[in-house]
Design a protein around this ligand. Structure first.
Ligand code: ZN
Length: 174
């Protein structure tokens, strides 16, 4: 692993123990030219994906739209340093690193680093909440996402040590 990641892990108190318990795959950051700004999310942030995933996302979003389901993106590509900042925010709020790592991947291991993962929300409701599974957006995804090569990465009781994330979809069609 590169020096940047080692430094990030050290500064967050992530040790060999955490790394050896980690069941997620290493994710490298793509070259910048393979990324594309796809949209602006509801917080006004750019929503970025790899070009291949961006095309699949648009096709899926359009198909949903014709079924009157509006898929809205939240997070796409996220850098190692952004991931570090997310974890730091929770540490500052007094949470334990072990606890944080059940819902935020160790920097270097988030699918968001690849630019192939997207967090989806339902018009600002149930953003990054388990309740998202009750929305028509989720029901549509469950039925249709595989046609566009998107899959749910963290189903209920998954073996990756990550909580159930009905909002998080990964493009595997690359
Ligand atoms: Zn996610």
């Amino acid at each position: 692993m590169d020096k940047l990641l080692n430094d990030i892990h050290q500064s967050l108190g992530i040790s060999e123990i955490h790394l050896s318990a980690n069941k997620l795959k290493f994710q490298s950051q793509p070259d910048l030219y393979s990324l594309e700004v796809v949209d602006i999310d509801f917080e006004g942030k750019p929503f970025i994906l790899q070009v291949s995933a961006a095309a699949a996302w648009r096709a899926m979003k359009n198909a949903a739209q014709s079924d009157r389901v509006h898929l809205l993106p939240f997070s796409g590509f996220r850098s190692y340093i952004h991931q570090k900042n997310l974890i730091e925010r929770h540490l500052k709020n007094g949470r334990l690193i072990e606890d944080i790592l059940t819902h935020i991947a160790i920097p270097g291991f988030s699918e968001h680093h690849s630019g192939l993962a997207v967090d989806i929300h339902a018009n600002g409701k149930s953003v990054l909440e388990e309740q998202f599974e009750k929305t028509q957006e989720f029901l549509w995804l469950k039925e249709n996402a595989s046609r566009f090569e998107f899959q749910l990465s963290y189903p209920r009781d998954n073996e990756k040590g990550i909580i159930y994330e009905p909002w998080h979809w990964y493009y595997k069609g690359r």
